[in-house]
Design a protein. Structure first.
Length: 536
């Protein structure tokens, strides 16, 4: 009897493991109950949707058509169940980004309150299917089976972001779209597009054509690490036209991704000054688009002409990007030139500003006022705390968490993106065996261990932490392949920290799921890094 019991529990145990092994969803859902049996998508299966979710249902249907080589259409039905079907159902009682998914032998039902929730349900369904469902063409003999289960899911944080610096290196629209696809696949909802830098201005501004005519091209680029003093001698440039930006914004909208555009000020502005030197502290200086990495001392002067220029630029930017947030940078603004500028020193006296940090704060506050007057919200890097935080600002904490903690204590919204855990430009494995990176050392495991709600905050203060973001600075990423290599799979870990409740998170389990997930990335032709596979 005892033996039989042992045998039975072993059998049940292995069946359970078998069942568990089929659920390799990243980010892991809040609640998943495995069930026996499977739903098989076949010739007779129909995709049925409430009108509101038709586009989302189409998105799923199109992918299924690609891999199965069929040309089925989605049918619209508010209620009533077809025999073998995938159904999209409206459920008012769910949260804005939440969904439920029920897979049983006859049907899969995805319920949501919003199309966005339904879209996340689709992302989960795709990850319940064999990984070849992410292929770009028909897969012969593919059995489209979904293991039965009941899932209830919703994100932990409202802001789940991934950032891309296109200033240091420029990446074409086709890649930006692929990046957005990958953002959506991982249930991130925000793409932070870092559009201007010392080394290149990358967005067309109609009122100031020289920003791209002159500011988008540098005459050469540093070779290797800062300090080598070697340059490649090759002009480098690129920018997005406003039509391309509109196209990308529309594309992101379909994937339920909001774009946060970033226009850097008052620092990281050398490319803009190369185009319009009159906006700098020394209008007579010959400014060039920066050819080396690091922090340039050439910054905007806080003159009325500069504010007019920036307001005009931001007006065009706000017309292009409908999201609530506009990022104005604010980081790494050396004060050297402000210190030795008669204009700046006089302005400080006139405005009663006691030092140059307060002058930076004056600068940011004026921009905040402008952005707020247009019904938008301003985000800035944590330096905007120095010299007094602007009333409506959201802070992105990058120099550790201190800035975020201070801002939350003052009642400001915060997005966590500390260099220690979320800088995907740092080395992810032994630098001896890795391609050149900026420095640092950030393993997949360390990213995964990140906890965005600091102990220093009370429960009420923690509510100001809106979420987190992985940053992809591209000084050392010359190609899209390298961007993918540095971003993945670490972004998968960022996604899980942002979406999944702490109680479901476990690194060993994550890496098990990730081994399946990288097959998906492979099918999507993502050049992900494999070093985590050999990490002890
Ligand atoms: C700091 S993060 C910067 C970037 C660099 C990055 C390199 C931030 C607001 N500023 O300009 O690219 O470090 O890791």
């Amino acid at each position: 009897m005892k033996k039989l019991f042992i045998c039975l529990s072993l059998l049940i145990g292995s069946l359970a493991t078998f069942a568990q092994n089929q659920y390799n969803i990243i980010p892991i859902p809040q609640k998943l109950i495995p069930q026996s049996g499977e739903f098989v998508i076949g010739k007779s299966t129909s995709v049925v949707s409430a009108t509101e979710f038709k586009d989302v249902a189409n998105f799923l249907n199109e992918q299924l058509n690609v891999v199965s080589g069929s040309s089925k259409k989605v049918s619209i039905k508010e209620k009533g169940l077809a025999s073998s079907s995938i159904q999209f159902v409206k459920n008012e009682s769910l949260g804005d980004e939440a969904y439920t998914l029920k897979a049983s032998s006859k049907q899969v039902v995805i319920s949501a309150k919003t199309a966005k929730g339904a879209f996340y349900g689709v992302q989960t369904l795709l990850q319940l299917l064999p990984t070849q469902v992410f292929s770009e063409s028909k897969v012969e003999g593919l059995k489209l089976s979904v293991p039965n289960c009941t899932i209830e899911d919703a994100p932990r944080y409202v802001y789940r972001g991934l950032h891309l610096d296109v200033g240091r290196h420029f990446f074409p629209v086709s890649f930006v779209k692929k990046f957005i696809d990958l953002i959506a696949l991982h249930k991130f909802n925000t793409f932070h597009w870092h559009l201007t830098e010392d080394q290149g201005w990358r967005i067309e501004i109609k009122k100031y054509p020289k920003l791209t005519e002159i500011g988008s091209i540098r005459k050469e680029t540093l070779v290797g690490h800062y300090g080598t003093g070697k340059y490649d001698g090759k002009p480098y440039g690129g920018f997005y036209t406003q039509d391309e930006v509109k196209d990308v914004v529309a594309y992101a909208k379909k994937k339920f991704v909001t774009i946060v555009p970033e226009i850097e000020m008052p620092g990281h502005a050398q490319a803009a000054l190369a185009a319009y030197p009159e906006l700098g502290c020394n209008p007579d200086k010959i400014y060039e688009v920066y050819t080396t990495w690091g922090v340039s001392e050439d910054v905007f002067a806080p003159r009325e002409e500069t504010f007019t220029f920036l307001e005009n630029v931001l007006t065009e930017v706000m017309e292009l990007f409908p999201g609530q947030y506009i990022h104005i940078g604010g980081d790494e603004c050396p004060k050297t030139q402000w210190k030795s500028s008669r204009f700046c020193q006089n302005l400080m006296k006139r405005e009663g500003l006691k030092d140059e940090h307060e002058l930076q704060s004056y600068f940011i506050r004026r921009i905040d006022k402008f952005i707020t007057s247009k019904g938008r919200k301003m985000i800035g890097w944590d330096e905007i705390l120095e010299g007094g935080l602007s009333p409506n600002a959201t802070v992105m904490s990058w120099r550790g968490e201190e800035g975020g903690i201070a801002a939350a204590k003052e009642g400001h919204d915060v997005i966590m993106t500390p260099g220690s855990h979320l800088y995907l430009d740092h080395y992810q494995a032994d630098p001896k065996t890795e391609p050149l990176a900026i420095g640092g050392f950030l393993t997949l495991e360390k990213v995964y261990s990140y906890e965005p709600a600091p102990k220093e905050l009370t429960t009420d203060q923690k509510k100001f932490i809106l979420g987190l973001q992985g940053n992809v600075w591209t000084e050392y990423m010359e190609t899209t392949d390298k961007v993918e290599y540095m971003t993945f799979p670490r972004a998968c870990a960022v996604a899980e920290v942002a979406w999944s409740p702490v109680s479901t998170r476990n690194y060993t389990d994550f890496t098990k799921r990730l081994k399946v997930h990288i097959e998906r990335l492979g099918n999507l032709k993502v050049n992900y890094a494999k070093s985590f596979l050999s990490a002890k």
